[in-house]
Design a protein around this ligand. Structure first.
Ligand code: NAD
Length: 481
């Protein structure tokens, strides 16, 4: 990063600009961190998470009103530590320049692709996994040798402050720092001339971020949302499918970007599906009272939004099946929504237009698999697609006929968990991707370099062109055509 992104006149009054400039200066002075320094930074981050883990769990709990601590341990603590360990074990290999091979067009010169840090990267997280969604990109950012400024979501402010404290006590602010604050701060953040921005959040705000970044020609990774469909082929055992869909749908009360958003099931299987869900959900959530395993909806606005989605669907003729075995009356101010299935949903209802992001699952029937595929393909490209089928060939066909960010066959969500694969959306569900090697590549500049030897085609390619050149070109074009 020898030439930091220039500061446009519009950015001069940006209160966050000094933070970025401090990092740019440090990067210029110190140069890109080498392998040892990157490993050291990853170790420091790992140690810090170890020290702050209880505080993280408590802060997430406080921000949500209640969040299943098991879910927080899995998603915010262990998965991040796992990604650090995996990154460390591969980093040396990733950092090695790659050899694409020589080309006759380049005079058979030795060629290399060098992975160089982009510079200072802005990381903006969403609230639903408020630690994971800032620290997971940070791992790739550090591995690729960059500096970072992090902006956690303002909807989970207590967690944001813990992340800020943890990072401040671990790294020099000229290397990695955190800014917290409201939408105005977030907006200022997007206008900074970063060398790259990783944004996780809604598709709506993703467009705002991309527009702001375009002013500086800052590249972006957009990790967005959308409605991830789940298709169950009639040959697949319903009980097995329900277990796996429940994991993806009801973790964090459905507040997961890759939660199954709705189910497409063969019309002959719908009754069995609903009764199996009722039975299994009742076992999983025997009561909604004082149940540590039930995460609350993050705030009143989202609680009202989800309850309105259910009501709108019901007003348009849908039946709601809510699982509340002890008929718990949800106390005022308690943001619990019972696991809910919606049947006979009008495709025009609001719940089929926007991402649900809550524990509500519309069940839609199809008569043949083509109809289910058409239903998916008529809608915006989703972040994930889940398909249940005993027949591998048919599953391959569904994968090839649908386009989604990622997919699972006979499973939900776990494509995210394999840090060896890129995670990201497509079109309205995202742009770019990260995790593991994909993250390293996303946050690296891939610099193509030629090392020329004793001979060069230059004498043949300088004016006045020798007559022999056209003769050679004629022969080559004959061979190539
Ligand atoms: P959001 O887009 O409302 O907010 C995300 C971030 O954007 C926050 O830090 C917020 O402060 C900032 N922001 C809000 N308004 C802004 C503006 N005008 N200018 C600049 N920044 C602004 O998203 P959310 O509600 O926090 O998250 C929910 C969405 O995120 C869902 O759609 C979900 O699917 C998606 N999501 C995607 C992933 C993924 O990895 N693909 C992961 C989690 C969540």
């Amino acid at each position: 990063m020898n030439n930091p992104q220039p500061v446009a006149a519009a950015e001069v009054g940006n209160p966050l600009l000094p933070i970025l400039q401090q990092q740019q200066t440090a990067f210029l002075d110190n140069g890109a961190p080498d392998y040892k320094q990157r490993i050291e930074a990853l170790n420091k981050l790992k140690k810090a998470i170890g020290e702050y883990k209880e505080e993280i769990v408590a802060a997430v709990q406080a921000d949500f009103g209640h969040r299943s601590d098991t879910e927080t341990w899995i998603t915010e603590v262990v998965s991040v530590l796992n990604e650090i360990v995996a990154t460390k074990s591969h980093l040396k290999k990733w950092m090695k320049p790659s050899n694409p091979g020589r080309s006759i067009s380049a005079g058979m010169a030795k060629s290399r692709v060098i992975y160089q840090p982009k510079g200072v990267i802005g990381i903006m997280g969403a609230w639903n996994y408020p630690v994971l969604l800032v620290l997971s990109p940070l791992i790739g950012v550090i591995a690729a040798g960059n500096s970072a400024v992090i902006k956690p979501s303002d909807l989970t402010p207590k967690t944001g402050e813990v992340v800020k404290k943890m990072i401040a006590s671990t790294f020099d602010e000229s290397y990695i720092s955190v800014v917290t604050g409201d939408v105005e701060v977030a907006s200022n953040f997007t206008q900074l001339p970063f060398d790259h921005i990783v944004y996780t959040g809604s598709t709506h705000v993703g467009k705002i971020v991309m527009k702001a970044a375009a002013e500086n020609l800052t590249p972006v990774t957009l990790e967005l949302g959308g409605k991830s469909p789940t298709i169950i082929n009639s040959n697949y055992p319903i009980a097995k499918a329900v277990d796996r869909i429940m994991m993806g749908k009801f973790m964090n009360s459905g507040q997961t970007c890759i939660a199954p958003d709705y189910i497409l099931v063969h019309e002959s299987k719908v009754d069995e599906l609903v009764s199996t869900f009722q039975e299994k959900l009742a076992k999983r959530y025997p009561t909604l009272d004082n149940n540590n395993d039930i995460s609350w909806i993050v705030n009143d606005r989202h609680f009202t939004r989800i309850t309105n989605l259910i009501k709108d669907a019901q007003d348009r003729g849908a039946q709601a099946v809510q699982v509340n075995p002890t008929d718990t009356v949800i106390a005022e101010g308690t943001r619990i929504i019972p696991p809910t299935l919606l049947l006979n949903v009008d495709p025009d209802s609001n719940i089929m237009q926007e991402e649900i992001f809550g524990p509500v699952l519309p069940v839609i029937t199809y008569r043949d698999i083509d109809e289910a595929i058409r239903f998916v393909n008529e809608r915006p490209r989703p972040l994930a697609l889940y398909y249940f089928d005993q027949n591998k060939k048919q599953a391959e066909e569904v994968l090839s006929r649908t386009i989604s960010g990622g997919a699972c066959v006979n499973e939900t969500m776990l494509h995210f968990a394999n840090e060896k694969m890129a995670f990201g959306g497509i079109g309205p569900s995202g742009l770019g991707g990260y995790h593991g090697h994909a993250g390293f590549l996303e946050f690296s500049h891939k610099k193509s370099v030629i090392f020329q030897g004793a001979l060069s085609p230059a004498p043949l390619m300088n004016n006045p062109y020798p007559k022999v050149v056209v003769k050679i070109l004629k022969v080559v074009s004959k061979i190539l055509s």
